[in-house]
Design a binder for this molecule. Structure first.
Ligand code: S5P
Length: 243
């Protein structure tokens, strides 16, 4: 039996990691829905539909065509109302100075609203220092990409790089949160190299939070809202069984 989320929350000093585990405990869910759609109305419709079943919503804010600051206010209200965190999947990948600007500034001002973001560790420790200089004062969390779900990926375990995360000095019982995308119940992949595993497979491999996208909201125009609600509930229940 896995340790209760509330107990694991005590292992983390990072506020975002702790908050995520606390939400998981309160709502008894480890489902994150990834919403990759291009219109704010559609994104907010999907988020409202899945909100009761998730601990986390993942966005790619740079694919949105009608972005405005009001959209962020609406997303934040849904996050407060339905008790979930927001993860902007920005996959930062540059030197510390550049990522700190990309994170804090520009049109999207990601650090001002996303509880969690992520980065490729490839540039070295400076990327983490740059993002931390912006994010830590705001109690934000940073995930590092150690692997990717796509065919032929070159990212295979960079997290082991010395000085980034797990190194020789890391105590063996240190807790890590593992968030895993590329999950689908009845599909194997897409035409552009995405590869899916089942919830059972990724949980067995150590995933704490499972990220599901098109498996829940559909492709193209997407599923009707009723079907999205049914899919989200089905995934949440399935994950509970497999955990
Ligand atoms: O290795 C990865 C890492 C990420 S963050 N593979 C992924 O698919 N992702 C993201 O997860 C990807 O950018 C997309 O937003 C989501 C998967 O969406 P789906 O529709 O294929 O479930």
């Amino acid at each position: 039996m896995a340790k209760p989320y509330a107990e694991r929350a005590k292992n983390f000093s990072n506020v975002a990691a702790k908050s995520l585990l606390e939400v998981m405990e309160r709502k008894q869910t480890n489902l994150c829905v990834s919403v990759d759609v291009t219109k704010t109305a559609n994104l907010l419709r999907i988020v409202a539909a899945v909100a009761p079943f998730v601990c986390l919503i993942k966005t790619h804010v740079d694919v949105i065509e009608d972005f405005d600051p009001e959209f962020i206010d609406q997303l934040k209200s849904l996050s407060t109302e339905h008790d979930f965190l927001i993860f902007e999947d920005r996959k930062f990948a540059d030197i510390g100075n550049t990522v700190s600007l990309q994170y804090s500034s520009g049109i999207h001002k990601i650090a001002s609203w996303a509880h969690i973001t992520n980065a490729h560790p490839i540039p070295g420790p400076g990327i983490i220092e740059g993002l931390a200089s912006v994010g830590l004062p705001l109690d934000r969390g940073l995930l590092l990409l150690s692997e990717m779900s796509s065919t032929g990926t070159l990212a295979t375990g960079f997290i082991a790089m010395k000085g980034i995360s797990k190194d020789a000095d890391t105590p063996p019982d240190e807790d890590f949160l593992i968030l895993t995308p590329g999950v689908g119940l009845d599909v194997k992949g897409d035409a552009l190299g995405q590869q899916y595993r089942t919830p059972q497979e990724v949980i067995a491999a150590g995933a704490d939070v499972i990220i599901v996208g098109r498996g829940i909201y559909g492709k193209g125009e997407g599923y009707p809202t009723k079907e999205i609600v049914q899919q989200a509930e089905a995934y949440q229940q399935r994950l509970k069984q497999d955990a």
